[in-house]
Design a protein around this ligand. Sequence first.
Ligand SMILES: NC(=O)c1ccc[n+]([C@@H]2O[C@H](COP(=O)([O-])OP(=O)(O)OC[C@H]3O[C@@H](n4cnc5c(N)ncnc54)[C@H](O)[C@@H]3O)[C@@H](O)[C@H]2O)c1
Length: 359
Amino acid sequence: MTSVTSPATDPAASGPAPVPSFAVISGAQVRTALEGREKELVHLVEATYRLHGAGETVNPPSYFLRFPDRPASRIIALPASVGGPVRVDGLKWISSFPANVSSGLPRASAVLVLNDHDTGYPFACMESSIISATRTAASAALAADWFTRNRPRPTRVGFFGTGLIARYIHTFLTGTGFAFDSVGVYDVSADSAAGFCGCLQQADGAGQAVDITVHDSAEELIRSSDLVVFATIASEPHVTDPAWFAHHPVVLHVSLRDLAPQVLLASANFVDDVEHCLKAGTSPHLTEQLTGGRAFLDGTLDDVMTGRVEPRTDRPVIFSPFGLGVLDLAVGKYVYDAVARAGNLHVIDDFFHELRRYG
Ligand SMILES: NC(=O)c1ccc[n+]([C@@H]2O[C@H](COP(=O)([O-])OP(=O)(O)OC[C@H]3O[C@@H](n4cnc5c(N)ncnc54)[C@H](O)[C@@H]3O)[C@@H](O)[C@H]2O)c1
């Protein structure tokens, strides 16, 4: 787990308590702090899941702000608190505006606010679409590792939906030691599939040549992959036939709403957090509504990491991670510490101004 540093304070401040500082961290700084650190970040995410499993976090339900005039869009607030050696509170505020993509802007944009454990003062605000994609991809790579420890390591990966999250997941899988003979690609947008293949070819340039196939059919992609990554923006299930999964792949169901309940019912199902994931019309939530219970769930990733549950090998394994704010906080604090250590914090002078109770 990352070491803990306290937010900087202004030593010249008068009065009994130092004036809390407030820094703004740009996307460029975030990227520099995270790039090439896939293994370290997967360890950090694993440690954070373990803290969460041990009850050393607070992670209330995410709040979904939706708009009657823009039904496809939303902004989600994820407040959270991480204890243990990380000791930070905060909030991720992340928008999803799918129409951005057609005008050349990424779908998601976000900021993360970090609050000091002892005073509650916010001490940093940082660009967070990169942090969000990073923690999502690190969690996916961690799950791919744990869910394939008792079966052959996957050599054929398939990406179902090929936007920014798929790109980050590919980087984290290869950056943490997965080596694939083939990469399958399927997307409803030919442009997205082509853009993703361009990234794969660039990544390939550095290493061993990999066979890349763009599939015309979703069934073909799934049937030819041992590890399937769902990263679409589908709002309701569109993959309904359990027979497509007859070869028992491991499925990272990151986009949460692609699979029909009958596919989940024919599989072993894991989530990151039960209460979080059985909400908001996710496929596990629909399955709970259909069956009237949670018996279809095998456990959480933490159950597997701590040895409480052994994933079945005689069925597909589906991991549906809701995405926990505690992961954003842990990665955000890691970034803050790295930028502070490098002496590159952009502190906003006098951000907190009204600091004497009676003026
Ligand atoms: N669980 C988590 O923690 C977590 C975290 C971050 C993002 N996400 C989810 O990951 C998903 C992908 O995010 P992104 O930023 O990469 O989005 P994006 O818009 O960049 O890419 C999504 C891609 O999916 C494709 N697509 C949409 N519907 C499809 C379908 N039915 N079949 C095949 N392809 C389809 C689109 O053409 C696009 O290329 C989103 O649903 C997002 O909510 C989950």
